[in-house]
Design a protein around this ligand. Structure first.
Ligand code: GTP
Ligand code: ZN
Length: 205
């Protein structure tokens, strides 16, 4: 099954609208000038391609990658928790388009099928490449896993630093935000929930 919101990842953003990198470059140029940065200043040749780089960088960060959500029959009838911990997470906050960066922990209790482990990391990255809130990202990953795999339970925990509140604004460096989305057995059974949280936190101070 392909997780896709794109016809062509080089030309289409996550809303399905065609991307126009030349228009984005012109807008980036105007944006920088309006902020008092002159991209064409001959004294600063390193700025000359900055509007293009800015356009391309944001295009990259806002374009989800397609992938096949490969699953296998659960032939061993494995029924315990599967947890991939410390999946790198990087996304852009919807409010400022500044990065939030951290780790995701994605778990499920298998039913009829199991999923290729790398697909859990790909799922996180897929939903991260759009303007996001951490809450929505957490919920979307959990919902996609539930829908595609039909496991007995799903648990997604995310921890991230939001640069919009560490580098600017509130300037609260060192703060991290934790969110979670639990479904099925992992939501309803306190023991299963406690086991997940213990495994997520194993080895942490
Ligand atoms: N709930 C939630 N809030 C977020 C997330 N990322 C950024 N924010 C917050 O979104 C809010 C936007 O608030 P505004 O008051 O409109 O923006 P602002 O004037 O730049 O606010 P400050 O960041 O406090 O300077 C801020 O409080 C951000 O910290 C997120 O993933 N989830
Ligand atoms: Zn923000």
């Amino acid at each position: 099954m392909t997780v896709s919101s794109l016809a062509d990842r080089r030309r289409v953003g996550h809303h399905g609208r065609a991307r126009d990198l030349d228009a984005a470059e012109r807008a980036a140029s105007a944006f920088l000038r309006a902020l008092g940065v002159e991209p064409d200043d001959p004294a600063h040749p390193e700025l000359a391609r900055t509007p293009r780089r800015l356009a391309e960088a944001f295009a990259e960060l806002l374009t989800p990658e397609e992938f096949d959500f490969t699953t296998f029959p659960n032939t061993e009838r494995y029924g315990e928790l599967v947890l991939v911990r410390d999946i790198p997470l990087q996304s852009l906050c919807a409010h400022h388009l500044l990065p939030f960066v951290g780790r995701a922990h994605v778990a499920y209790l298998p039913g009829e099928r199991i999923v290729g482990l790398s697909k859990l990391a790909r799922l996180v990255d897929h939903f991260a490449r759009r303007p996001q809130t951490q809450e929505r990202l957490t919920t979307q990953v959990a919902a996609a896993l539930e829908e595609r795999l039909e496991p007995r339970g799903v648990g997604v925990v995310m921890e991230a630093e939001h640069q919009c509140m560490t580098l600017r604004g509130a300037r609260a460096p060192g703060t991290t935000t934790t969110t979670s989305s639990l479904r099925g057995h992992l939501r309803e059974d306190p023991a299963a929930r406690a086991e997940l949280m213990a495994l997520v936190n194993t080895g942490r101070g």
